[in-house]
Design a protein around this ligand. Structure first.
Ligand SMILES: C[S@@+](CC[C@H](N)C(=O)[O-])C[C@H]1O[C@@H](n2cnc3c(N)ncnc32)[C@H](O)[C@@H]1O
Length: 275
């Protein structure tokens, strides 16, 4: 690993084959990364935040990632400064996802979703699995719908569903930090009363929703698939799945039919409709 020697938070970048993105992401997380982002590049590059250079080196030592990893920033507080440089982006045809500190110009007619990802909560809107889900929600959400978001992270999809016309969204996450972030973000966007955030998974849902959104990696997707199918929603937007894993998810969602299947940067999005 090459880089500078200062202590403090560091970002580590690792390039890999498209088919290895999930494995390398998991390896980074299992070896102590606080969060992993897949950069939109060819070949794919993964950027992971570690609390310190020493921590990153210790975590990666002995793994086959060490030789491929490059520390891109190493100054104390650099992780925070990188976060602050993120200005958000326009997504799909109607949305503009931005952090509270962004002063990027606003385009007229776009609905702003302000998301503070905190330190480690997934769902800033930079990951392609999130942006693909948002794009599909623009098409799926109907006026007055009730939507369920399983694995809400920052709450971004649940908040978007309400901003796009849903009457209410149930936002679920097993992680207490995510639950806190999602509540805060819902309030920040003025939709707190319409986004019910709870800690847990599909077992928390006692109603029949109109729609479901779920951005989880394959193992978790398959773990919740039966419970989500049994909810009987009209539509479902699923992301977090790698391109080559799509068939497994389609099988798990029988008898739902695929309305749309898209791929970007090795990731896929699936929109299911009830037959
Ligand atoms: C990839 S993030 C998605 C965040 C956000 N929905 C987005 O699209 O950017 C997945 C989230 O799901 C949560 N999670 C994982 N397994 C879960 C499960 N079985 N039930 C509920 N949440 C789960 C994780 O804690 C994490 O916050």
């Amino acid at each position: 690993m090459t880089g500078v020697v200062d202590e403090g938070p560091v970002l580590v970048e690792v390039s890999c084959k498209p088919s290895d993105v999930e494995l390398v992401s998991l390896a980074l997380l299992e070896n102590g990364a606080g969060a992993v982002e897949v950069l939109d590049s060819v070949p794919p590059r993964l950027r992971a935040g570690f609390p310190s250079r020493a921590g990153a080196e210790l975590a990666l030592r002995g793994t086959d990632l060490a030789d491929r990893a490059i520390i891109v920033t190493g100054h104390p507080g650099e992780g925070e400064r990188w976060r602050e440089r993120w200005a958000g982006a326009e997504v799909g045809r109607h949305l503009d996802v931005r952090p509270p500190w962004s002063n990027r110009a606003r385009s007229p007619g776009r609905t702003v979703i302000e998301i503070d990802p905190g330190r480690d909560v997934f769902g800033s809107g930079t990951h392609v699995s999130t942006t693909m889900a948002l794009e599909e929600l623009e098409v799926c959400v109907g006026e007055g719908d009730v939507a369920v978001d399983v694995g809400t992270g920052t709450g971004i999809l649940a908040i978007a569903a309400v901003q796009l016309g849903a009457e209410r969204a149930f936002a679920l996450d097993i992680d207490a930090v995510a639950v806190h972030a999602a509540r805060r973000n819902a309030r920040r966007n003025g939709v707190g009363p319409r986004v019910n955030v709870a800690r847990g998974g599909p077992e928390c849902v006692r109603i029949r929703p109109d729609g479901i959104m779920c951005n989880l990696l394959l193992g978790d997707q398959l773990g919740v698939a039966r419970a989500l199918v049994d909810m009987g929603a009209r539509w479902a937007v699923l992301t977090g799945i790698l391109e080559y894993q799509t068939a497994d998810v389609v099988t798990a969602w029988a008898p739902y039919e695929v309305r749309t299947a898209r791929c970007r940067g090795g990731w896929s999005s699936l929109v299911f409709v009830r037959p």
